[in-house]
Design a protein around this ligand. Structure first.
Ligand SMILES: [Zn+2]
Length: 219
C-alpha cells in the first residue's frame, strides 16, 4: 500500500499530471489488474487515500499525500544514514532503504533525524520531506536549462523508465558526476553533454525529454 502511494506521488511529481494505471504497473512491476484492484481499495478507505476513476488516472488525496511523504521521509533518512554512517555507496543505499522504510517506528524516525542533524537532502540530492509534510526546495535545474559551458554536478536522474536511467548511467551520468552542456540545438533538438569537465572527454547527444529528467547543480 505504501509503495503504491509513493509511486503515485513520484509519478505526479515528475510528470506533473495524474498517474495512469499503466505507468503504475510499469513502475511497480505488477500486472495492471492488481494495480486497479489496489487503487479501488485505496480510494474506498476511510479516509480515502487516492482519487481514482478508471480511464482518468489516479491522484493522491491530502491524507494520501501525507502518507506518501512520510514513507519518502523514512526512505531518504535511512539512505542518508546508510551512506553517511554505515559507509554504503550511493548506489547501494536505495535497495536497502526500500525494505527498511516500511519497518521503522516514528520514534526511530525522530532519533534518526536528530542524529543526522535534520538534513534537508539525501545523498542523491533528493529533498527529505519534513515532518509537517513540507518539502525542502532544491536549487537544481534540469540539464537542458544549464548554461552552455558551465560545469555542473549531477544530483539525480528522475526519468520514470528504468531503461532510460540505466542508459544514462552507462554514459557516466550518475550522481556526483560532472557534466557540461556543449550545445543545445533549437526547437527541442538534442542537448550535447560532455561527461567530465575536461576538453576531449566524450560528448553525447540527449533528447530534451531525457535531459529534462536529469537534475544538476551548477558548480
Ligand atoms: Zn532511494
Amino acid at each position: 500500500m505504501e509503495n503504491y502511494l509513493k509511486a503515485v506521488y513520484e509519478l505526479e511529481e515528475f510528470q506533473e499530471r495524474a498517474a495512469t494505471t499503466t505507468a503504475l504497473a510499469e513502475k511497480l512491476n505488477v500486472a495492471s489488474p492488481s494495480v486497479t484492484a489496489m487503487l479501488k481499495r485505496l480510494s474506498q478507505q476511510e479516509p480515502a487515500l487516492v482519487n481514482y476513476t478508471s480511464h482518468r488516472g489516479v491522484t493522491l488525496t491530502e491524507v494520501g499525500r501525507l502518507r506518501a511523504l512520510k514513507v519518502i521521509r523514512y526512505h531518504r533518512l535511512i539512505e542518508t544514514f546508510l551512506y553517511e554512517v554505515l559507509g554504503y555507496t550511493w548506489d547501494e543505499v536505495h535497495e536497502e532503504a526500500e525494505r527498511l522504510e516500511h519497518y521503522i517506528s516514528e520514534r526511530f524516525e525522530d532519533r534518526l533525524a536528530r542524529f543526522l542533524g535534520y538534513p534537508d537532502f539525501d545523498p542523491h540530492g533528493s529533498p527529505i520531506p519534513r515532518e509537517d509534510g513540507s518539502v525542502p526546495v532544491s536549487n537544481t535545474l534540469p540539464l537542458h536549462k544549464l548554461e552552455v559551458g558551465r560545469p555542473a554536478r549531477v544530483v539525480r536522474v528522475v526519468h520514470e523508465r528504468q531503461e532510460v536511467r540505466d542508459y544514462v548511467a552507462s554514459l557516466g551520468i550518475v550522481p556526483d558526476a560532472t557534466v557540461q552542456v556543449t550545445e543545445v540545438s533549437p526547437f527541442e533538438g538534442p542537448v550535447y553533454v560532455r561527461i567530465g569537465a575536461r576538453e576531449g572527454e566524450a560528448v553525447h547527444g540527449l533528447g530534451v525529454n531525457v535531459a529534462g529528467k536529469i537534475e544538476v547543480m551548477p558548480v
